[in-house]
Design a protein around this ligand. Sequence first.
Ligand code: AMP
Length: 302
Amino acid sequence: MTTPKFARGTLHTFQPPEQVSQVTRALHGVGRKVALVPTMGALHAGHRELIRRAKRLPNTVVATSIFVNPLQFGEGEDFEAYPRPLDKDLEVLKEDGVELGFLPKASDLYPEGATVTVHPGALGDELEGAVRPGHFAGVLTVVAKLFNIVRPDYAFFGEKDYQQLVLIKKMVRDLNFDTRVIGVPTVRERDGLALSSRNVYLTPEQREDAIVLSAALTAGAFVGRDGAEAVLATARQTLAARPAVEVDYLELRGTDLGPAPVDGEARLLIAARVGSTRLIDNVPVVLGAAVDHPEHAPDAGE
Ligand code: AMP
């Protein structure tokens, strides 16, 4: 097979994995780097921020995959209903200067008889994994496959899905992938709601209720100096104002999602149902006396 044509500055889309592999291999052969931004489509400003960061890298071609991965959806979840506005997404990729679009079909990635998956370890059964059994095995398996197909030098993931980001970094380390994983802070609406492809499911009233997730996290983080109990109590108090929001979990953890330190950097995470829509969010928190350390000053950088 000859290598598919690739001209810089325009969007090229490929469906077969072998074609994408050939193109990225050829790009590496002429000294270019490849940055991958994996998505499930229905692109919004959060995805576009990942693309924008990837575009900043010198001498690097940005590849974006769009694939609604059946393996990471559980029984009764929204796999069928998940939005798939492909034409609009391709316009976004063009506008944002993405040069490589990878749009595999499920049968391309999961041929009949494929049974081997990536096991996330204990963290895969906590937080999101406790509510969505098998979810992270599905995520890690598809990300491992994308990495093997694209061989990216860099891969960008949002902090919005914090547990996913931690597990992908862990997979890269534990399984020796030759890809640098870069986390990007969550992009939010002006009122704080984290952008998500699932926000389109919300009615106007539910959209109002949903603001309480980020409000609770922000309020909790604000009292980090007073310690873990104060953070959780403050967040819970904020949540109580919206009884229609059903919280699956509200947890304070370490930045690696182990136990939170008494003093230092931590992460406050929430998952909640608003009607039948499940939303997740998280924020960084600095706990205890560490708040006064210069590196945690508000203008200490990104
Ligand atoms: P998804 O299409 O939902 O699988 O998301 C694809 C990538 O975009 C993941 O790495 C997400 O964490 C990231 N992402 C989704 N929403 C946001 C957001 N609001 N801000 C930053 N990144 C996001």
